[in-house]
Design a protein around this ligand. Sequence first.
Ligand code: NAP
Length: 353
Amino acid sequence: MSAVRPLRVSVLGAGSIGCYIGGRLAAAGAEVTLIGRERIGTEIRAHGLRLSDLHGADIRVGAADVAFATGAESAATADLVLVSVKSAATPEAGAALAPVIGPDTVVVSAQNGLGNADTLRALLPEHVVLAAMVPFNVVNRGDGHFHQGSEGDLEIEQHPAVRAFATVFDDAGLPLHAHEDFRSVQWAKLLLNLNNAVNALSGLPLREELSQRSFRRAVALAQREALALLTARGVAVAKLTPLPPRWIPLLLTVPDWVFRVAGSRMLAIDPHARSSMWDDLEAGRRTEVDWISGEVVRLAAASGADAPVNARLVELIREAEAGGNRHWTGDALLADLRSQRAPRKPAGKRQRN
Ligand SMILES: NC(=O)c1ccc[n+]([C@@H]2O[C@H](COP(=O)([O-])OP(=O)(O)OC[C@H]3O[C@@H](n4cnc5c(N)ncnc54)[C@H](OP(=O)(O)O)[C@@H]3O)[C@@H](O)[C@H]2O)c1
């Protein structure tokens, strides 16, 4: 009887998400190649990978048990390619994969935003390309240590091809939940990610930022604006959290002492975790704001409406990318965002957040 060959997985974008998921798949028996920058390769060769989570998992993968490469050519024999580069790098990632991967290779985008899988599909028209969604936060603690700082299960677009790799994700402790209406899942995640710009502008770890009502009110403003547009367009939003998406802004605006109890799940996050948008600002990289808050602005434009709060967040992140303020107080940010929408509301009808 011949042994079943391990699943061959290439991860294009060996950063926080790529090393964490790729490392856990390697620990579960997949043959994993991480494709990334030389600095990460040097770290992994020196220390191997350590993958921990908030539930106490602490998994080691020796440097010999995970391959590392800097070029996409190494994906030539992959059964599955997981794309985990930031959104701005997706066109380059797709173009690098196109001449290399075999006809049966399945490509999965494990990225935030709405359009990355579509970008890959356009570049890889012969391949099955699926969108996935990573609900949890991963912190790169250095020396090959990646920590999952919040909870949640991976979600993926429903497709028969998922069956070929679902078991290894199960074995890795990262079960895949398949959804038919994946756009609704992406919008639900995007609504939660509207906090990324606020977090990056606060300069604070996520838990500290979310513990302050004025920052939460700023997030609620951005979410309510998006939800109103989604309702007007009849776009469904999946329920990814115990609370339906439409109730989350209400929860965000309660006083701090109520939130400490009612919002305890949102605060159940590593005290050092920050948004990846903060990471990008810190590293002087282009952020994903165009693929997150910018999607709300585009939705508004497509509806002949506007989205002044999200447009302002895009603008403030652009300014921060160019060296502008990255240490807003909650009160100052909230006042700034409220001033964007105030003139557009009829007198006596202003909504409080
Ligand atoms: N981090 C989180 O907690 C989290 C949670 C949920 C979802 N997400 C989403 O997951 C995606 C990945 O985020 P991340 O935080 O893991 O990003 P990341 O840490 O920046 O990792 C991406 C890595 O890929 C590298 N890269 C880019 N293009 C490449 C190429 N052509 N070849 C090889 N390497 C390349 C980048 O290097 P350079 O920086 O040098 O370009 C970077 O090291 C994003 O869409 C993000 O929004 C992140």
